[in-house]
Each structure stands twice: as structure tokens, then as C-alpha cells.
Design a protein around this ligand. Structure first.
Ligand code: GUN
Ligand code: ZN
Length: 449
């Protein structure tokens, strides 16, 4: 190669540590085929993307001139992906005493009313993104509010940080306070303008976001469908079958529908790139329909327990016969933590209550490559394959005295040792275990060693 054709070392960087990511789905293939673990690895980046990941010994001579940032005793994983969260509900997390419908009317709607003020929305968006990054979450699918300026505020802050985020203005034209409703036409116009402004603007993507069937008329759901037809590669993001009272209410509001999912299906909203939060009350036939349509579910265990909604049937969703794409969602403010480690921990307990086992690798798959697949972003994020955007987290398995006692030797020598260590990370870890978060190869939160 001539000197000119060689990549300049300035655009290259390298990180040395232990690395864990997934190359396939451990729900369906063996750990040996799905888990990639390199106890002493070198991750080489070029212009913020993965160039190569391999054993340090195998790569050190090839990249001998490159400055290396080392994280000894740490574990590096792809950035976590939160497939369902509300930025407007950050400040009312931990609202006492109610289940879904009462909780919405008592706590959520008054809070979301504040987001009419763009400056306020901007302030919360900045705090929200800082909190995500502190928790190692580098991509999220985000509900804003009914006010288009709150979506603008969110996208502007995410753009400043060069984050891969998906969000949308909430569409809601009934069964909510007057100060919080739009109309089918205004929701269409506002969403369209936001799509034109933000979809594929840098790393940002747009999701058409009807809140749920309760707060949208048929006319508004049709408008959502029209947007998807006009802009086929935008997302559809909504709530589905979370709570028993909600499901009954939807049956009353849409007597001609066969069930909750059918309300969305009749409107043409069940398709690839449709992400439905919760699905706790879904029937087997509805799971099957989601599988056929290649739609996805955001499993939000901390929220489902906090609101007393129920136990999501992950076993059914990940069945061999009718597999459904699933990601993990924190669902803050019904969810009680921004941390996907905590969310994975609670997912494990939700499965225990169903006499099922969620392995630590399955849980971490959901938080990374599984989330990327659910969001149809597998070509861009989710693992360390060459060409992917280098969003990653540096995990400290000794981040508290108790975790240090539990993991006296932080680096696993084998996959068998690793299972035990990462299980303790999921059960005991939270934002303190996130030593650093990198976005497109840049340190954006935490510390370099
Ligand atoms: N269903 C409709 N809106 C919401 C919301 O804001 N949070 C949750 N958890 N469920 C919903
Ligand atoms: Zn939600």
C-alpha cells in the first residue's frame, strides 16, 4: 500500500480490555455460537466506527504505532439499548399508589403539560440524556409529549451529543385533559414536519407515536398509518395490552375489533419497525400475529411490577415457532430505574415467577444486539462487528465493596467463569458499575483509566 492510501493514524484509536458482545441470539443458538468473549482484547476504531476487534496478542504488532487506552480489570460491552422510555416522565418517577389508568391521570398528564414550554423541555432533555449516558444507554426509543416543541427540544439535545436516538411527538386526540390533546389533522401535520426535519438527520430517527388506543380515535390512527405510508422507513411506537382494565376499556372503545392488537392492525400499524411497549396481557394468537408481522415488543419489567400490570410472557415471545423481536425497556417514569442492568435483573425475577430461567447472556443480549434487532438497527449498532458505530460501555464489576468481594478477580478466564460474573453484575450492578460511556468512539460520560 502506498503511504497515501494508508489510513492516517490520527483517525484511528484503540482500546484494550476484556470484551463481551453477541453475534447471534442465545435464546435460539448455543452460547458458543452466540457469545463473543475476548478476555484480553484490542478494539480498533476508525472515524468512530469499529475497524477490528481481536485478541490483543494477535493485533498488537499490526497496530504497534497506535496509542492505546487501556481499561485493565474492566469489561467492555456495546452501549445499552433502551427500547421504551418517556423523557417527559423523568421528574415524576416513583409516583405512589396507583395502577396504569389512575396513575396516568393523576401524575403523568399534569407533568407532561409542562412540556408546552420549550425551554423547560430543553432543560429536562439535557438532564435525561446525561442520565441515560451515565447508565450506559447509548440508544433509546423515546416518547416525548403531545407538544411538537418538546420533540424538537429532545432532538436538538440528542443532536448536540451525536446520539443514535429514535423519538416522536405523541399523538393523542381524546380521553385526556384539554391542555394535552391534539386533533387528527394537527397531529398529522406536526408529525410530518418533524419527520422532515429530524428523520435521518445525523444519527436521529423518527417514530410516529400514538400514545395508545385509549387516547386516539380511529381517525387519528388512520393519520398515523398515512404517515407510515408516506415515510415507510420511520418507526411506529405505542403501548399495547399492558393492564387488564386498559384492555377492557379498549374493547369498549373499539367494539368492532377482535382484540387490542387488532385495533392497531386494522389501522395498518402492525409491521416491521413497529415497537409495542409491554404486551403483558397478549393472547397466544396476538403473539403469533406480531411474529408474522415482524413487529417488536419492548419488555419493561420494572414498570410492569411497579404499576402491578403483570408478568410479561417472554417465553412465549421468544418461542421457536412464532418468534417475536424483543428488546428491554426501562419505561421511566412507570419504570423505576434508568439502568438496563437493573432492568435485566428485574426481568430475571419476572421469569423466576413464571418458573423460567433467563440466563445472564440472554438478558445482556436483550440489552444490546436484541434491542438493535428489535429496532431494525442491527446494521449500525448492537455489537462490535466491523463498520458498526462505536458506542460502548466500560463496566466495573468491582464498583461497590460488595461487588468487589463477590468478584475478587474481575476478569473471567473462560465463558463458564464469565456467566457467574456477569450474573452478579446484573443482580448487583447499577449506574455505579458504568465506569465510562463512549459514543462514536468519544468518551462522553465517566472516566478514562
Ligand atoms: N400507556 C399509555 N401511556 C402510558 C405511559 O405513559 N406509560 C405507561 N407505562 N403506559 C402507558
Ligand atoms: Zn411507556
Amino acid at each position: 500500500m502506498s503511504a497515501l492510501a494508508q489510513p492516517s493514524t490520527e483517525s484511528l484509536q484503540a482500546i484494550r480490555s476484556a470484551f463481551l458482545d453477541f453475534v447471534d441470539d442465545p435464546f435460539y443458538v448455543s452460547e458458543l455460537e452466540s457469545v463473543r468473549y475476548i478476555p484480553d482484547g484490542l478494539l480498533v476504531l476508525e472515524h468512530g466506527r469499529v475497524k477490528e476487534l481481536g485478541a490483543y496478542d494477535a493485533l498488537k504488532d499490526k497496530y504497534a504505532d497506535l496509542p492505546v487506552t487501556s481499561y485493565p480489570g474492566r469489561l467492555i460491552m456495546p452501549g445499552f439499548i433502551d427500547t421504551h422510555i418517556h423523557f417527559s416522565q423523568m421528574e415524576m418517577i416513583a409516583a405512589y399508589g396507583e395502577q396504569l389508568m389512575e396513575w396516568l391521570y393523576m401524575y403523568v398528564f399534569p407533568t407532561e403539560g409542562k412540556f408546552k414550554d420549550k425551554e423547560y423541555a430543553q432543560k429536562i432533555a439535557a438532564l435525561f440524556l446525561d442520565e441515560l449516558l451515565k447508565n450506559g444507554t447509548t440508544t433509546a426509543l423515546v416518547f416525548t409529549t403531545v407538544f411538537p416543541q418538546s420533540a424538537d427540544a429532545f432532538f436538538e439535545e440528542a443532536s448536540k451529543r451525536n446520539l443514535r436516538m429514535i423519538a416522536g411527538k405523541v399523538m393523542m386526540d381524546r380521553n385526556a385533559p384539554d391542555y394535552l390533546v391534539d386533533t387528527p389533522d394537527s397531529s398529522y401535520q406536526d408529525s410530518k414536519a418533524l419527520i422532515q426535519k429530524w428523520h435521518k438527520n445525523g444519527r436521529l430517527l423518527y417514530a410516529v407515536t400514538p400514545r395508545f388506543a385509549v387516547t386516539s380515535t380511529d381517525e387519528q390512527l388512520e393519520m398515523a398509518s398515512r404517515l407510515l405510508q408516506e415515510f415507510p422507513d420511520v418507526y411506529l411506537h405505542t403501548h399495547l395490552s399492558e393492564n387488564v382494565d386498559e384492555v377492557q376499556y379498549v374493547a369498549k372503545l373499539f367494539p368492532e375489533s377482535k382484540g387490542y392488537l387488532d385495533v392497531y392492525d386494522r389501522a395498518g400499524l402492525v409491521r416491521e419497525r413497529s415497537i409495542f411497549a409491554h404486551g403483558v396481557q397478549l393472547s397466544d394468537a396476538e403473539f403469533q400475529r406480531l411474529s408474522e408481522a415482524k413487529a417488536a415488543i419492548a419488555f419493561c419489567p420494572t414498570s410492569n411490577l411497579f404499576l402491578g400490570s403483570g408478568l410479561f410472557r417472554l417465553g412465549q415471545a421468544k418461542s421457536e415457532k412464532h418468534p417475536v423481536h424483543v428488546g428491554l425497556g426501562t419505561d421511566v417514569g412507570a419504570g423505576t430505574s434508568f439502568s438496563l442492568l437493573v432492568t435485566a435483573h428485574v426481568a430475571y425475577k419476572v421469569m423466576q415467577l413464571q418458573k423460567r430461567r433467563l440466563s445472564p447472556f440472554e438478558a445482556l443480549f436483550l440489552a444490546t444486539l436484541g434491542g438493535a434487532r428489535a429496532l431494525y438497527l442491527e446494521d449500525k449498532i448492537g455489537n462490535f462487528d466491523p463498520g458498526k458505530e462505536a458506542d460502548f460501555v466500560v463496566l466495573n464489576l468491582q464498583s461497590t465493596p460488595l461487588m468487589a468481594l463477590r468478584n475478587p478477580e474481575p476478569t473471567a478466564a473462560s465463558l463458564k467463569e464469565l456467566v457467574d460474573k456477569v450474573f452478579s453484575l446484573i443482580v448487583m450492578g447499577d449506574d455505579r458499575a458504568i465506569q465510562a460511556t463512549y459514543v462514536m468512539g468519544k468518551l462522553v460520560s465517566g472516566t478514562a483509566q
